[in-house]
Design a protein around this ligand. Structure first.
Ligand code: ZN
Length: 163
């Protein structure tokens, strides 16, 4: 799994282009602003987009959905609790498959009722806030520093955590 992290917009957000390296099937996580940056990576790397996946419904993570879905001819995937327009629904425990890669969906309501974490290949994509138990678990794994948690609390961007 190859991850392209793309800084976008005026609110310190990230969009992600996540690629299955063996097939080049690709998902785009949280397209909002600067869609040209996403298109540029897809074209340069000759990627095969399959889905747009949103970590939650907020506008700064979804405002690029419709335009990008039309440009790429892909389906929009959201948690079943989302009230936004989407094509496919996921729930806790589902897998999003692209090529030989997959990300498992964890429903983590807290930041919003439809918030999900996407977990796979030693990575977590999430708009933090984690539930306390989960943060403690991560601290046990020694992958989260306090300044990282503070940063996550300050900014509602989508983070990729490497386990
Ligand atoms: Zn949000």
């Amino acid at each position: 799994m190859i991850v392209h992290q793309i800084p976008v917009g005026p609110m310190q957000n990230f969009s992600y282009v996540v690629e299955d390296e063996s097939t080049h099937e690709t998902i785009v996580i949280d397209p909002s602003w600067d869609l040209d940056k996403i298109i540029c990576i897809i074209d340069e790397q000759n990627l095969q987009p399959k889905y747009i996946v949103n970590t939650h419904w907020h506008d700064d993570h979804t405002r690029g959905n419709d335009e990008l879905a039309k440009m790429l001819s892909v389906k929009i995937v959201q948690h079943e609790a989302s009230t936004l327009q989407h094509d496919m629904t996921v729930k806790n425990g589902d897998s999003i498959k692209f090529g030989c890669s997959e990300l498992v969906v964890y429903h983590t309501p807290g930041h919003s009722k439809d918030s999900i974490c996407l977990v796979g290949d030693g990575k977590i994509f999430s708009v933090i806030l984690f539930l306390l138990e989960t943060v403690e678990e991560l601290i046990c794994l020694e992958v989260v520093q306090m300044n990282f948690i503070t940063a996550c609390l300050m900014y509602c961007t989508t983070w990729m955590i490497i386990l």
